[in-house]
Design a protein around this ligand. Structure first.
Ligand SMILES: *Cc1c(COP(=O)(O)O)cnc(C)c1O
Length: 398
């Protein structure tokens, strides 16, 4: 099979021709083939709270959600999401019209972009970007205009160049696609950066889609500020959340969209024809998870912060430049101290060299030079796994 018919037309449509297998599939296969520690893909190697898992079992046994649940999501979960937004951020949303449950944030991103974009529209997105953004923008027939996050001179964090952002907006720009806390750089956008984004959106009358799946994973002094809380943003912002990262159940695929009624209604129209509804029993379980006391969220954050430091120390000892993340599951590093420049080649060789798998950030850029020497490691793993990985990586230093 060549993927072509006799008429020589490729099976995969032209809009998606550039999107082959994701880097995560490629690197995870390499991890299996070489028996390496997989710090590539961002999933925890321990499940979330036992009471949340039990809540899913109870829902299954009690027959709640085993048949098609309501399209927008079960009322218990929509109410819990609305309460969460109100309690954490003072954002009020009507659970019946301003909340939509999706099959993970991945479906939320796809449905939102397919709903809001016309072919030919431009989307300004932060680069390096989460890999599904580019594919979904392409599916919508729109084009992406990257604004590159760059390490600041002290290399403390990646920052947004506000002039570059303003220059990226044209008459064809329909929306700004923002992600904070940001995967893969670990940057948490500051109030100053978010205010500038909001002012630009108001001035140029743009929609804003903001992926906040790591909202609970912020460390140190960093603070997660939802864009929807800034002046003028409530009516033009679609906020995307997910249970996967917050509760360590990435396989459950429970995500959501919140925003003004007209925006959520547009997204719901598309969601109906993608998955129709999302898996029922897990929705009841996540409704309970969102009501966990603050101690859960604080404890989880402290635990991940410790893991960040564990892996970060190991990476520094091995010789990497480490960009200290303020949030997410990930540490972005630079490999130039090893005399290497090509992150992709480095990641392909790393399993053979020391039995660890990582992800080259270069694949998340349109401008290949911008991230050529960056490599991402996930720290959402057991302490003994991180210790072992750090020990193996130290071989690079010798
Ligand atoms: C993991 C991730 C997602 C996908 O979330 P799911 O709920 O698993 O679909 C979306 N955006 C970012 C930035 C992510 O890291």
């Amino acid at each position: 099979m060549t993927g072509m018919t006799s008429s020589s037309r490729p099976f995969l449509n032209r809009r998606l021709a550039d999107f082959g297998t994701t880097i995560f599939a490629e690197m995870s296969a390499l991890a299996v083939a070489t028996g390496s520690i997989n710090l590539g893909q961002g999933f925890p190697d321990q499940d979330g709270p036992e009471e949340v898992r039990e809540a899913a079992v109870r829902a299954l046994r009690d027959g709640r959600g085993n048949q098609y649940p309501p399209g927008p999501g079960v009322p218990e979960l929509r109410t819990a999401i609305a309460l969460h937004q109100a309690r954490r951020y003072g954002l009020s949303c009507d659970p019946d019209t301003e909340v939509l449950v999706t099959a993970g944030a991945t479906e939320a991103i796809a449905a939102t972009l397919l709903a809001l974009l016309e072919p030919g529209d431009e989307v300004v997105a932060l680069e390096p970007y989460y890999d599904s953004y580019a594919a979904c923008i392409a599916m919508a027939g729109a084009s992406r205009v990257p604004v590159t996050l760059r390490p600041d001179p002290g290399q403390a964090r990646f920052r947004l160049d506000l002039d570059e952002l303003r220059d990226a907006v044209t008459d064809r720009t329909r929306l700004l696609l923002i992600n904070t806390p940001h995967n893969p750089t670990g940057t948490v956008l500051t109030r100053e950066e978010l205010t500038a984004i909001a002012e630009l959106a108001v001035e140029r009358d743009l929609l804003v889609v903001t992926d906040e799946v790591y909202e609970h994973l912020v460390f140190d002094e960093a603070e997660h500020i939802p864009l929807a809380t800034l002046p003028g943003m409530r009516e033009r912002t679609v906020t995307i959340g997910s249970a996967g990262k917050t509760f360590s159940f990435t396989g459950w695929k429970v995500g959501w969209v919140t925003g003004a009624r007209e925006l959520v209604s547009a997204v719901r129209t598309v969601k109906q024809f993608l998955t129709y509804v999302s898996a029922g029993p897990f929705q009841y379980a996540i409704a309970e998870a969102l009501r966990l006391p603050d101690s859960y969220f604080d404890g989880f954050r402290a635990d991940l912060r410790r893991k960040r430091d564990l892996l970060g120390d190991g990476l520094r000892a091995a010789g990497f430049v480490v960009y200290q993340p303020q949030g997410t599951y990930f540490i972005t590093t630079d490999i130039t101290p090893f005399g290497e420049k090509d992150a992709y080649a480095f990641c392909r060789a790393l399993p053979e060299r020391c039995g660890v798998v990582a992800i080259p950030n270069s694949v998340f850029y349109d401008d290949p030079d911008a991230g050529r020497s960056q490599v991402r490691f996930a720290f959402c793993k057991r302490d003994d796994v991180l210790d072992e990985a750090a020990g193996r990586l130290r071989r690079l230093a010798s």
